[in-house]
Structure formats: C-alpha cells, structure tokens
Design a binder for this molecule. Structure first.
Ligand SMILES: [Zn+2]
Ligand SMILES: [Zn+2]
Length: 340
C-alpha cells in the first residue's frame, strides 16, 4: 500500500506506506478514503513548515477499518469501521481540565505534527477513535471530520429552528455548516462569490447570494422585516467577510468566527457594542461534535455525494494539490482512495 509524503517546497512523493505495529493503546488501520482539507493545502504551500517535519504523510479526514489492535485496547476490534478525531490533547493542562480539549495549547494534531491519513496503513492512539455504524458508507465517513467542525460551529452559534442564519463563504466547512443549520430547522442563506460554488449550493437547495452582484445586507434585511439575521458564520477569512459579518445580525444576534484569519483585520467594534452582538470563535471539535456528525451521516439526510468532487488514487497527489492551489478545477472536496 502507498503513502503520499510531503517533501516541502510544494512537492509530494509517493512511496510505501510504513506498516507500524500498534503499541500499547494503539490500533493499526487500513485507510479507506482520506479527504484533502484546507489545512493540507496550507502545508503544501509551505505555510506550516515550522510545524511539519519532512518527509511527512499529512491528511486527517479519513474513514478507516481496524486491522491490528495493540495491548490494552478493549473498546475496538479488528474489522471495526472507525474515524479518528485527530486532535490529541495533553489532558493535563488547565484547558484540558476544563474539558476544552479542542483548544489545548499543546495539542498534537495528527496529520500535521505526526503521520497522517494519506496512506494505506495508519497507526494511531485508540482513545481518539469513534466507531461507525455498519450502515455508513466509507466515502461519506471521510467527511465526518469536517462535518464535526460544522457541528461544533453550529453548536456555538446556538442555532434553533426559529433562526435565520447567514453563512459567509461556501467552501466545504461553510456548506457543511449550512447543512447542519438546515437539519436544525433553521432558515439558511449562503453568501459566495465563486460562480461554480454558487451553482453547487443552489443545487443543494440553499438560498445563495453572490455579494458581488446582489446587495446581501438589503437581501437579509428584506427577508427579516428589517430585523437582521439571528446567527452569522464568517468562513472566508477575508477583510470583506470581516466587514460584512457585523452588518447582517439583528440586535443581540450572534457571530461565529470559523475561518482562520492569517492576519488581524479591521472590524466594526462600535456596531458590536451598539447592537449587543455576541461574537464567538469556534475551532476544532470535541467528542460530542463527532457523535453528532456520525449521527447526521448515518441519518442519510445530508446530500454528501454533492460535496465529494472526485475520488482518486494516492498516485495523483501532486497533480491534485496543484489543481486545488491554482483553482483550476473548482473542487469542493477531493478524496484519495488509500487502500488500492
Ligand atoms: Zn480538516
Ligand atoms: Zn492540554
């Protein structure tokens, strides 16, 4: 079985996947499918070279089957279908003691600082696994990690069936947030400038506004009788998004910051004060977000096939990252089939 190794300088090599026997508390898994995340793209572009020691197998969004079980592992057995929660927290610091394991300052993110999922054989700590019901198809299961991000974000937005939600940015996380909001019974509008993404989310049945063509503020105000949105998700990381997010909520509305902003942006603090907004950051996920994501995938209600743009062998890793980085292919989510 093969593995894709990030070598630095926008290069991947394809080699053998190392068979690492599971130590105590670990399992070895066969990776079925692994998705390319924005984080993997940042690694490819060299933005995270201080954290990634090369050559390194990256990737962390995967569906897997257990093939070997280390000493002391009792919750899992060979043949189980599982997904990994790749955030391995220290468990000892004040943040972890409060239960906030997603934001532990010394978190080990598997697939960044240790070997990841773009390989056929993957050995990981068993305490980070979640078992999948047999009914879940493994292509869909590869979307559980980003869906858990969306579940976490929507939970922090306290979204209910009475809410009018705006998601600024229709990339994979934005679309999954919109799906989770819709599952909660909320009304959702997406804002997106890329025409291919506008088309895709419209096909998924979402109201979508291209703010380059339509006045989004007027659209939201007209739709809410001049009141404004209950919850706004900022998923673009852009200055335009940072400015837009304070223009859309009602008084006492909520803003959830999801995008990873590369540098500080100007935001309208006066409006946050004046209209008494709640602004929260939301990052990663905890166990309950994974459990909700698994439940949602198992329900079969989500149009996940629409999100998967392509499934391809690991041999095409270099070409795939070049296509994503150049924007030439308009992918939503590409998966590698890792067990070929
Ligand atoms: Zn990811
Ligand atoms: Zn910790």
């Amino acid at each position: 079985m093969k593995g894709a190794y990030y070598e630095g300088n926008k290069r991947f090599s394809v080699g053998e996947s190392k068979i690492v026997p599971p130590g105590p508390g670990e399992v070895r898994m066969k990776v079925a499918y692994a998705g390319v995340c924005g984080t993997d793209l940042h690694i490819y572009l060299g933005h995270m070279d201080q954290r990634v020691k090369v050559p390194q197998v990256v990737g962390h969004e995967a569906s897997c089957e257990i093939v070997d079980v280390g000493e002391g592992v009792t919750d899992f057995k060979v043949g189980d279908h599982v997904v990994l929660r790749p955030t391995d927290a220290c468990g000892k610091c004040p943040t972890c003691e409060r239960g906030d394991i997603n934001v532990c300052p010394s978190i080990n993110f598997i697939g960044i600082t240790s070997p990841g999922a773009f390989q056929g054989s993957w050995t990981v700590p068993a305490h980070l696994l979640h078992k999948l019901p047999a009914s879940i198809n493994m292509v869909h299961a590869a979307l559980i990690e980003p869906l858990a991000v969306a579940c976490h974000d929507v939970r922090f937005g306290e979204v209910t069936d009475k809410d009018y939600c705006v998601v600024i940015g229709a990339g994979p996380i934005g679309v999954l947030e919109a799906l989770v909001c819709r599952e909660k019974g909320a009304r959702v509008v997406m804002s997106e400038v890329n025409p291919a993404r506008v088309k895709l989310v419209a096909e998924m049945g979402f109201e979508v506004v291209n703010p380059a063509e339509t006045d989004l503020v007027k659209y939201v105000m007209d739709a809410t009788g001049g009141d404004g949105a209950d919850v706004v998700f900022e998923v673009t990381g852009s200055q335009a998004g940072a400015e837009m997010m304070t223009k859309l909520p009602r008084t006492h509305g909520r803003i959830v910051i999801v995008a990873i902003f590369a540098e500080p942006k100007m935001i309208d603090l006066r409006t946050i004060l004046w209209r008494e907004y709640t602004v929260v950051g939301a990052r990663n996920y905890v166990k309950q977000d994974y459990e909700e994501a698994i439940r949602l995938v198992a329900s079969g209600n989500l149009p996940l096939d629409k999100i998967v743009s392509d499934v391809r062998p690991i041999d095409r890793v270099q070409e795939t990252f070049e296509q994503i980085a150049s924007g030439s292919a308009n992918f939503m989510k590409v998966l590698f089939s890792c067990s070929d």
